[in-house]
Ligand binder design. Structure first.
Ligand code: DGL
Length: 274
């Protein structure tokens, strides 16, 4: 691995740009190749086998671009395919998902606590967070809730009005999450509604800490690159944003997730990338 090689980031779509942004915020000089599998979006409702097949193929594309790191930004893909992608990639690159860094963060900061998680159906039913937190053997009560309306809601740009407040409130008031003291945002899209979630709990005078898995993985990646002297020192890092299906609405929505519009390049996951 060489320091000037890019970081490959992939997601089911453009929501993973929240993770790309978190990475850029702490590692501004890194080159990034982002792949959003918009042709197969959403992963949250797909079978494990389908997500595994897509993820391995995308990892192959990113390896051909000589990425030093492959970051699985999607929680659903992290749940379904992290082990397989890690095995496939071997020593050619370092693979990160968004779950392990978050579980490490919980191990360090939360011991006797009630921790909650919201995510897609796939992330919640796969139970990977639940299993890994149980393996910590700490006195943590873990509760998770699938919140499938949040992804389409945010993608429609509905995240700060009465409709979104009602939907967010309905989910967060679910009895499953009643006694939690911290909440993992287990989906690429949820950093966008972080403030709204905070406001919801503040309005109830409830103290619930929000754990943003995008930020957690970005900091873990930074430590890894520093420790292994893999921080890019060359000037003018590149940024490429590829999607497997293109519509103008995808391009417009990038602004919600990356804070600026980006030029999307179209590439089927079965094509080769130059
Ligand atoms: N990227 C997905 C995740 O983080 C959300 C969107 C989808 O279901 O594909 O779970």
């Amino acid at each position: 691995m060489k320091s000037n090689q890019p970081i490959g980031i992939f997601d089911s779509g453009i929501g993973g740009l929240t993770v790309a942004k978190a990475v850029k915020d702490v590692l501004p000089n890194e080159s990034i190749i982002y792949f959003g599998d918009t042709a197969h979006l959403p992963y949250g409702d797909k079978s494990t086998a389908a997500i595994q097949a897509y993820s391995v193929r995308i990892a192959e594309l990113l390896l051909k671009q000589k990425c030093k790191v492959i970051l699985i930004a999607c929680n659903s893909a992290s749940s379904a395919a992290y082990d397989l992608v890690t095995e496939y990639v071997g020593k050619k690159a370092k693979v990160f998902d968004v779950i392990n860094p978050t579980v490490d963060f919980i191990r360090e900061h939360y011991q006797d606590e009630n921790v909650g998680l919201i995510g897609t159906k796939q992330t919640v039913s796969a139970g990977v967070y639940a299993r890994k937190i149980a393996e910590l053997k700490q006195n943590i009560q873990f509760k998770s809730l699938a919140t499938p309306l949040l992804v389409p809601m945010i993608e429609e740009g509905i995240y700060d009005d009465d409709i979104s407040r009602n939907i967010i409130g309905k989910y967060l008031n679910d009895p499953t999450l009643e006694s939690i003291k911290s909440l993992i945002l287990g989906c690429t899209h949820y950093p966008i509604i972080k403030e709204q979630i905070r406001t919801h709990y503040a309005s109830l005078n409830k103290e619930v800490e929000i754990i943003d898995s995008a930020e957690t993985v970005a900091l873990t990646l930074k430590s890894f690159l520093e420790y292994n002297q893999l921080i890019n020192k060359e000037k003018s890092p590149i940024e490429r944003f590829l999607v497997s299906d293109f519509t103008e609405s995808f391009e417009k929505t990038t602004k919600i997730f990356f804070n600026k519009e980006v030029d999307l390049e179209l590439l089927s996951i079965w094509d080769e990338l130059n």
